[in-house]
Design a protein around this ligand. Structure first.
Ligand SMILES: O=c1ccn([C@H]2C[C@H](O)[C@@H](COP(=O)(O)O)O2)c(=O)[nH]1
Length: 339
């Protein structure tokens, strides 16, 4: 089955209905699901990577997960602050299937992002620009958690960088919005590093499923109706990977409770907004000033598309729902507003 749309929301809207209509019951390792085999997604405007729906817009935890990948870390400590559900997957504080070490130091040393950049700089039309995340070792012995994503293949055609992702398993409710966000961001970062434009995004999934406990939630999503296509602004020119260390340092300072001026720190409105979203997330650690901080960040945002997500946090803050130590992402269900 192929589902094509301009945006993540367009894909979710059609996919959720397809799962409802054609999905077959399957008992997965983590619970009962409705499943579709062999689903191919195509997103024509990969910058429309954040859902504008009531409860599938996850910019805060998705940015946290992207930074975790880019840090090369496999530590639970980092990611559990943004996606607490990882706690169930950790072995001695380590996520064995973490993408970061595999992307940046596969088999201890191979930086696969550098390989892609070199390959496509030298041979633009190459069909070899494949990042491997899944390894034979992953199923040779039993592991608590292994990568759901098998490969990322980049295609440079007529000045556009397209990305095909293959996944062995994808949770259409929780995993998919995060995966699309992180992989299309990586796609745009590599496009900028190569000095080319962003193309289309494809995701082929062996087992696409929704856990039974979230069937009602996907029905609710569909009832909201078709969402307008809202694109993130284009990433500024230049190599975004040069920014990674700086962004990680800022993230660590925010996590430690520091306040900072996003524009002064980044000198760029695109990345300043990304930092502001992190500030919105971390504002929960100071409940006494949280509402004021969120209101200030809301007015500082250079791009209006992020405001509804700040409003979601403001709504929670005013109700006293999001407080110090609370997760961004209620993976355990619960809140139905954008967090
Ligand atoms: O990037 C990811 C990582 C995990 N999952 C989901 C898919 C499955 O529901 C579950 C992993 O379970 P197994 O496929 O390993 O049984 O996590 C995703 O959707 N995306």
């Amino acid at each position: 089955m192929e589902i094509q749309a301009d945006s993540l929301d367009g894909v979710l809207y059609n996919l959720y209905q397809a799962i409802r209509t054609h999905g077959r019951p399957h008992k997965g390792s983590r619970g009962d699901t409705l499943e579709l085999l062999g689903v191919s997604l195509r997103i024509l405007k990969p910058r429309a990577r954040i859902s504008t729906s009531e409860n599938r817009g996850k910019p805060f935890s998705a940015i946290g997960e992207l930074l975790w990948y880019l840090s090369g870390s496999n530590k639970l400590d980092f990611i559990s602050r943004y996606v607490p559900a990882y706690r169930d997957d950790a072995v001695d504080g380590i996520i064995e299937g973490a993408y970061g070490p595999r992307l940046l130091a596969m088999r201890g040393s191979i930086n696969q992002l550098d390989s892609i950049h070199r390959l496509l700089s030298e041979k633009q039309g190459s069909r070899r620009a494949v990042i491997q995340l899944f390894n034979a070792e992953d199923i040779a012995a039993d592991h608590k958690e292994i990568p759901c994503t098998t490969t990322l293949q980049f295609h440079l055609r007529e000045g556009l960088l397209h990305l095909s992702v293959t996944m062995r398993s994808n949770d259409a409710y929780f995993g998919l919005p995060h995966d699309v966000f992180c992989f299309t961001m990586l796609q745009e970062m590599i496009a900028r590093r190569l000095g080319v434009e962003l193309g289309e995004y494809y995701q082929y999934v062996g087992s696409m499923h929704v856990y039974d406990a979230y069937i009602e939630a996907i029905d609710k999503y569909v009832e909201e109706g078709f969402q307008a296509t809202v694109e993130m602004p284009a990433m500024p020119e230049g190599d975004p990977f040069r920014r990674v260390d700086g962004l990680l340092a800022i993230e660590a300072r925010l996590g430690a409770g520091e306040e900072l001026d996003a524009q002064a720190e980044t000198g760029d409105s695109y990345w300043a907004d990304i930092v502001r979203l992190l500030q919105v997330f971390w504002a929960k650690e100071r409940p006494e000033t949280q509402t004021g901080t969120l209101e200030r960040l809301r007015t500082e945002l250079a791009h209006a598309l992020y405001r509804p997500f700040v409003d979601g946090r403001l709504h929670l803050a005013r109700r006293g729902v999001v407080s110090a130590g609370a997760p961004a992402q209620p993976f355990d269900g619960g809140a139905d507003v954008a967090v």
